[in-house]
Design a binder for this molecule. Sequence first.
Ligand code: SF4
Length: 313
Amino acid sequence: MKKSYKYIFGPVPSRRLGKSLGVSPIPQKTCNYSCVYCQIGRTTHFTNTREDFFPRNEILDEIKDAVEQLDFDYVTFVGEGEPTLSKSLGWLIIETKKLTDKPVAVITNGALLYDPQVRNELLTADVILPTLDATTQELFKKINRPKKELDIEKIIKGFQDFREKYTGQIWMEVMVVDGLNDSEEDIAAIKKVLDRIKCERVYVNVPIRPPAEKWVKIPTKERVIEICKILNAENIDSYEETEGFHIDKDKDLKEQILKTTLRHPLRESQILSMLDLPEDEILQLLHEMEANGVIRKKIYNEKTFWVRTKQKE
Ligand code: SF4
């Protein structure tokens, strides 16, 4: 059986990053936002203070092992929360680049880019994938529900300052929620900011997996297409749901389902289609895990998902 890691996951398939080797340098659901659409639920460790949550050498040892053993396209710093909250992120990026020629990406909400130290640390990454869902403080508070000291104007200024020095790629994601940030006015304001940041790519996403708040709705397909045109963006809603889950036949299936549901809910039909096992057997396993109280069923957007109930490895 293949080795299990504490900080590394995947490589998982990603349309944007190919085979993405994930590194999570923060504990489960540590974030400075508590977005209404978050697929891992409301933020439980709500903080804007950077820390070394784990010994950085322990994380690096796993990266070293994984880059030697596994086949991947990107090393991606991401987390079940916000990876820039790890105080050692910059050091980890530099050390990772000494270990592999493959590019390093960081998936972030971008909030801490107002901090010159964080901007400097991210300069060494090859691709940054931040998020921008609002341009006014009122809407920012409604959709991203940030720590109260966070100010959207300062964050946008941080994006611009970062862009001035950064020679890598910025692939911005805009998450659109029906009736919340999808109006003509809100999208036009986002477009203005995106033009200033000069991102190499823009992706529009929608909450395709069960969100933190039940009332969150996906805009119509027509509206998403219009928004993509306005923002000159690619629509990722059609493929994101199939991303991020890879079954490794050499690893324990239960453990893989548990690990993946820590990062996002899993659509039942996706699990069934990916496994070369009789449907009854897979459903029985899922129901056993449900009976043990570690996962539970959730219907969202007329689809059945399995979500994590307990946070244990
Ligand atoms: S979607 Fe990202 S930024 Fe928003 S609460 Fe979840 S982990 Fe934090």
